[in-house]
Design a protein around this ligand. Structure first.
Ligand code: KIV
Ligand code: ZN
Length: 511
């Protein structure tokens, strides 16, 4: 019998710490449902003490998810832990994850606490969290740069205080695989009560080693890996769930454990996270990149046709790749539309939402005769964006672009119901549209990123645009999809402006 490797997904917490990746409560619930469907063991849904919005999101996930454990993050402070306990109390299975830094640099420069004080606070935090649940996880932040003797002392104390999982974070992505594997082995051998807790790892990708470090730790006895879909996360991101899961699954000859993950749900999860956050997946990304299973060279193609295993170590269908299938067209009815959404794991909240999405589907089907699954995902994301509390809404857009002439855009927006219009020239049609919008909104925001992806192939494909804006230290991403990429761009720009205008303030757990 193989051991179980627990998959702890932190897309909704550490993933959300990527600049611009913040998600609404509804978006978090949608992703959490997909993670549950994928049979993720633990979903870290957020940091409830960060803001009321974060608290509500964690609570909504805890109240919705039935089969996965729902976890909230809390600093080793009573008020954070109580907020977290409140947020997860509706869960079938809830967990509190509390942490405090243990590296010399963090204790001295950030916390300004002595090692003795850190041990005391860690133990108190675990004891306090146990008032809410038996399922308590403790992390010594920056463990990857902490002293081994001190780590052993802290971990022994928190296990004695009742922590059921001890998580070893390489917070700044500094470790190398052999070193990190040895760290886990040493901790398990040296801590007298190590057998009373599950050892977990949480690796960041600053040196591109998050997955390698996590796998090395698994080989040394770690039985929980913290990871994110598409490797999303603070700075260079976290270990990517799909890579960890598929490495362990593919190399069962090496690993003495396996996960419970339904790997066919990986690609749908990757798409959903990419759609919602606006973080496109690079084409050569392992497992979920568009080229991950594409064979370009003639020799490879020939080999694969003769015998698939000549060049493929995994089957595309096992991770959820399906051929672009025409699923619906302009004659499809509401029932077929609703059925396909539910087959894709998309459940709209109300009949009203289904009707609105169906109306948009019909509009799209008029412009684009073949509607693929990818179009439906984009349509639903767009619909969810439209339902968010919008301050600015696009009413109409007219753009003139002609060789030799300066592009010109005229835009009509509704600002809290009141229509306003403006016009502007620009370097190109998108630039002109953005300038016209800015003339009305006067946000003063700085455009940091503009990207367009085609959702499916063909010149009638929908363009999916991501716009990243920053203002006063806040960074937000906006998305928009349309068969007309200037319209998609205007939608994405307005989506980002609406997020900036929502003035959502939240604390960062590690600052
Ligand atoms: O990277 C880190 O140290 C964290 C902890 C809060 C687990 O995200
Ligand atoms: Zn982290």
């Amino acid at each position: 019998m193989k051991d179980q490797l627990i998959i702890f997904d932190t897309t909704l917490r550490d993933g959300e710490q990527s600049p611009g990746a913040s998600m609404t409560r509804e978006e978090k619930v949608r992703i959490a449902k997909q993670l549950e469907k994928m049979r993720v063991d633990v979903i870290e849904a957020g940091f409830p003490a960060a803001s009321n919005g974060d608290f509500e999101s964690v609570k909504a996930v805890a109240d919705t998810i039935k089969d996965s454990t729902v976890c909230g993050l809390a600093r080793a402070l009573e008020r954070d832990i109580d907020r977290c306990g409140e947020a997860i109390k509706g869960a079938n299975s809830g967990r509190i994850h509390t942490f405090i830094a243990t590296s010399p640099i963090h204790m001295e420069k950030k916390l300004r606490m002595s090692p003795d004080q850190v041990v005391e606070q860690a133990v108190k935090a675990v004891q306090w969290a146990r008032k809410w649940t038996d399922n308590v996880e403790f992390s010594p932040e920056d463990a990857g740069r902490s002293e081994l003797d001190f780590l052993c002392r802290v971990l022994e104390a928190v296990i004695a205080a009742g922590a059921k999982t001890v998580n070893i974070p390489d917070t700044v992505g500094y470790n190398l695989p052999e070193q990190f594997g040895n760290l886990i082995r040493n901790l398990r051998e040296r801590i007298p009560n190590a057998d009373q807790a599950i050892f977990s790892v949480h690796c960041h990708n600053d040196l591109g080693l998050a997955v390698a470090n996590s796998l090395s730790a698994v080989a040394s006895g770690a039985r929980q890996v913290e990871c994110t879909i598409n490797g999303l996360g603070e700075r260079a991101g976290n270990a990517s769930l799909e890579e960890v899961v598929m490495a362990v699954r593919t190399r069962q000859d090496i690993f003495s454990c396996d996960t419970r993950i339904d790997t066919t749900q990986i690609v749908p999860a990757s798409r959903m996270v990419s759609n919602i956050t606006g973080f496109a997946v690079q084409p050569n990304k392992a497992i979920v990149g568009a080229n991950a299973f594409a064979h370009e060279s003639g020799i490879h193609q020939d080999g694969v046709l003769k015998h698939r295993e000549t060049y493929e170590i995994m089957r595309a269908e096992d991770v959820g790749w399906t051929a672009n299938k025409m699923v619906l067209g302009k004659h499809s009815g509401r029932n077929a539309f609703k059925t396909r959404l539910s087959e894709l794991g998309i459940e709209l909240e109300s009949e009203e939402a289904v009707n609105a999405a169906f109306a948009r589907f019909k509009e799209l089907a008029d412009k684009k005769h073949e509607i693929f699954d990818e179009d439906l995902h984009a349509l639903v994301s767009d619909e969810a964006t439209a339902l968010e509390s919008e301050i600015y809404k696009l009413v109409s857009l007219k753009v003139c672009s002609e060789t030799g002439e300066t592009p010109h855009a005229q835009v009509v927006l509704a600002e809290q119901g009141e229509e306003k219009s403006a016009a502007s020239d620009g370097g190109g049609p998108v630039d002109a549209a953005f300038k016209a919008i800015e003339a009305l909104v006067q946000s003063g925001a700085e455009l940091q990123l503009y990207s367009v992806n085609n959702i499916t192939s063909g010149t009638d494909a929908q363009g999916e645009v991501t716009v990243r804006l920053s203002k006063g230290g806040r960074i937000v991403n906006g998305q928009g999809a349309d068969t007309d990429i200037v319209v998609a761009s205007a939608k994405a720009y307005l989506h980002a402006l609406n997020k900036l205008a929502s003035k959502l303030e939240r604390a960062h757990p590690q600052v």
